[in-house]
Design a protein around this ligand. Structure first.
Ligand SMILES: NC(=O)c1ccc[n+]([C@@H]2O[C@H](COP(=O)([O-])OP(=O)(O)OC[C@H]3O[C@@H](n4cnc5c(N)ncnc54)[C@H](OP(=O)(O)O)[C@@H]3O)[C@@H](O)[C@H]2O)c1
Length: 325
């Protein structure tokens, strides 16, 4: 088969489509013929050599895909050859075929094309497992999403609105904020021209929001704490603004705040399967109801993976970038 190989750590040009061996499936895995894969920020870090795949995972990038099942392991009961599915991967999505544990496979959501289904597994599992499963974000609460126009953000806005949550977003330009508004965001903040803490306070009568989904880390840590309501929860999923900071912790005690962080890729297959089951139950219903739609910025051929990485690193995109073998 053909796969995108990281020929050495470096810039987008190190991504090259090459002829490689087909993956072999274990007894609890299925083989998917890939219809599409989607980019994630983590892929750019893996390409640079700073985010190696977990032990046992494919060395090719790609954390999600959609496609058709081509073979099933002997312990797999739910899936059969010919099923159209999408899947959460530990790697290997940038290829014509990928092997994946059966517990990380989902049916293509009703009403979504086979190709576009590749845009959901990573964002749905990340957002659902963090702010919903761990931070218990609930109907009637307020929710601030940093990077509202990102792949993660465009999904999180729609899912939260479906569940009756008031959504605040930050983004870096007016076009991105307009896209967030179209997806249902209630309060859209341009972090380059406005102080998000002041705006959050103003919009919440001085209280702050109940939950924050943060991809910035250190650079926002103090301001995130300052933006939280009593009982507020900060969930950190990325460190685009660094990992080391100093903070005044008084608010944590006075307002009984919780700070959590988690990554999806390094969880065990069992843990990923639990998340996938919960996502199918809770998120697939929202997609079926037409309340959560794929937000695809661009489709590119798999051979143009380098171009796709350049686009993601420009941060000019809104939503997901898909690669099609
Ligand atoms: N923990 C996990 O399991 C997990 C899983 C998936 C993703 N993530 C993290 O979630 C975040 C979003 O992921 P994604 O794949 O949805 O990414 P994405 O679509 O590329 O979006 C990232 C966004 O971050 C904003 N940004 C903020 N600071 C930036 C900077 N210094 N350079 C470039 N962009 C910056 C950009 O929007 P503005 O122009 O508005 O700033 C950009 O649109 C990433 O940090 C990713 O690592 C974590």
């Amino acid at each position: 088969m053909k796969a995108v190989v990281i020929t050495s750590p470096g810039g987008p040009e190190v991504l090259q489509l090459q002829e490689v061996s087909d993956p072999e499936i274990r007894d609890d895995e299925v083989l998917i013929r890939v219809a599409a894969t989607a980019l994630n920020r983590a892929d750019t870090l893996q390409r640079k050599g700073s985010y190696p795949p977990p032990k046992g995972a494919s060395s090719y990038p790609g954390l999600e895909c959609s496609g058709t099942i081509e073979a099933v392991g002997k312990n797999v009961t739910r899936w059969k050859i010919g099923d159209e599915v999408c899947a959460l991967l530990s790697g290997g999505g940038y290829a014509e075929k990928v092997a994946v544990p059966a517990g990380q496979v989902l049916p293509v959501p009703p009403g979504v094309s086979l190709k576009d289904a590749a845009s959901f597994p990573e964002v749905a599992c990340t957002v659902w497992s963090t702010v919903f499963m761990m931070s218990r974000l609930a109907t009637g609460e307020t929710f601030l999403i940093h990077g509202g126009s990102s792949g993660i953000g465009t999904f999180a806005i729609q899912m939260a609105k479906y569940l009756g949550i008031k959504v605040f977003v930050t983004a870096g330009n007016e076009e991105k904020l307009a896209a967030c508004k179209d997806l249902g965001a209630d309060v859209c903040i341009n972090y380059k021209t406005e102080d998000f803490v002041a705006r959050v306070k103003e919009e919440t009568g001085g209280k702050g929001v109940d939950v924050i989904l943060d991809n910035i880390g250190a650079a926002y840590f103090q301001r995130n704490l300052d933006s939280l309501n009593i009982g507020g929860r900060l969930f950190i999923i990325g460190f685009m603004g660094g990992t080391v900071t100093e903070a005044n912790l008084v608010g944590l005690l006075a307002r009984r705040l919780t700070v959590q962080a988690a990554g999806l890729r390094n969880r065990s297959a069992e843990n990923k399967a639990e998340i996938v089951t919960d996502v199918e139950k809770n998120v697939w219903a929202a997609i079926q109801a037409g309340k959560v739609k794929p937000v695809v910025y661009k489709y590119l051929p798999l051979a143009e993976a380098a171009e796709a990485h350049r686009l993601m690193e420009s941060s000019n995109h809104i939503g997901k970038i898909l690669l099609v073998p």
